[in-house]
Design a protein around this ligand. Structure first.
Ligand code: PMP
Length: 291
């Protein structure tokens, strides 16, 4: 990935992709003092750019640091970089981290660095598998209690258990893992939120210890627009037995049908398909809709 072409925006400048380097004693690397975003551009526009950039600022605030560029400056840099990279449809990854000025757990004075990279990342899950519904394992690691980790921050450190869980699932032939939370309730996948369908209604866990994804909120809006009732509540894994459809959603995953979660099976059906299509239409720049 360090060999791709083009530019990376780093601390206010566009640097050649291969030159966007950091020192090995970076605090963010040793102690996970880093926050990031995942965004997608469609038709030359970054979907919900302001929401994502504001969340980046909020994630940093939760970790106790201030990003030295305003939301507007980061938005401008993201748009400019998208043009410079020459893409209309692409994935956008801003990241902010504590630098290498001092070493040790405490790093109050370390510089806060910011970078943005944009590359083409068409489908998060294998496209063929995706339409049939992907298979999920149930992860061994649980989403922590918000008193154990700053779960509202899209912080790099929270992804340690996600990578471990995804790797364990992949080793068993699954596409991803569904994580429970510390209470044993259904939480989310390793990089996407989860929804279920039961008797024509949409069910999704209350996001009290994991990200309330921007895609999650978009899908809830789309469902309501269709007159589909949306219920946010605690969901126990045993309930999966009685659910008809399941899907994941996130910026990278978009809306991805799920066919299996551990011993439970689902058939991607009308509600999942409708929301997949509505999401595909929703992400297109609004000017295209007016044409
Ligand atoms: N949960 C996790 C753990 C994620 O990494 C993501 C992707 N950012 C999401 C949920 C979905 O968030 P969003 O829809 O804002 O991309």
């Amino acid at each position: 990935f360090d060999q791709l072409d083009g530019y990376i925006w780093m601390n206010g400048e566009f640097v050649k992709w291969g030159d966007a380097k950091i020192h090995v004693l970076t605090h963010g690397l040793h102690y996970a003092s880093a926050v990031f975003e995942g965004e997608r551009a469609y038709g030359g526009e970054i979907f919900k750019l302001t929401e994502h950039t504001e969340r980046l600022h909020e994630s940093a605030r939760i970790l106790g640091f201030t990003i030295p560029y305003s939301v507007a400056e980061i938005e401008d840099a993201s748009r400019e970089l998208l043009k410079k990279q020459g893409f209309t449809d692409a994935y956008v990854r801003p990241i902010a981290w504590r630098g290498s000025d001092s070493m040790g757990v405490s790093a109050q004075a370390n510089r806060i660095n910011v970078a943005i990279a944009i590359w083409q990342w068409p489908s998060y899950f294998d496209p063929e598998q995706r339409l049939k519904g992907i298979r999920l394992d149930i992860a061994e690691y649980c989403r922590p209690d918000p008193r154990t980790a700053p779960s509202k921050s899209k912080a790099a450190g929270l992804y340690m258990i996600c990578t471990l869980s995804k790797h364990a699932a992949e080793a068993k032939g699954y596409a991803d893992a569904m994580m429970l939370d510390w209470r044993g309730q259904v939480a989310e996948a390793t990089g996407a939120n989860i929804f279920f369908v039961k008797e024509g209604k949409l069910l999704t866990p209350t996001p009290d210890c994991f990200l309330d994804g921007i895609t999650r909120r978009t899908v809830i809006g789309l469902a309501k627009r269709r007159g589909i009732e949306v219920i946010e509540r605690a969901i126990m894994p045993e309930e999966l037995e009685g659910f008809e459809e399941a899907f994941l959603c996130g910026t990278a995953a978009e809306v991805t049908p799920v066919a299996e979660i551990g011993k439970y099976t689902f058939t991607p059906g009308q509600i999942t398909k409708t929301l997949m299509d509505d999401y595909t239409a929703e992400v297109q720049p609004k000017r295209a809709a007016a044409e």
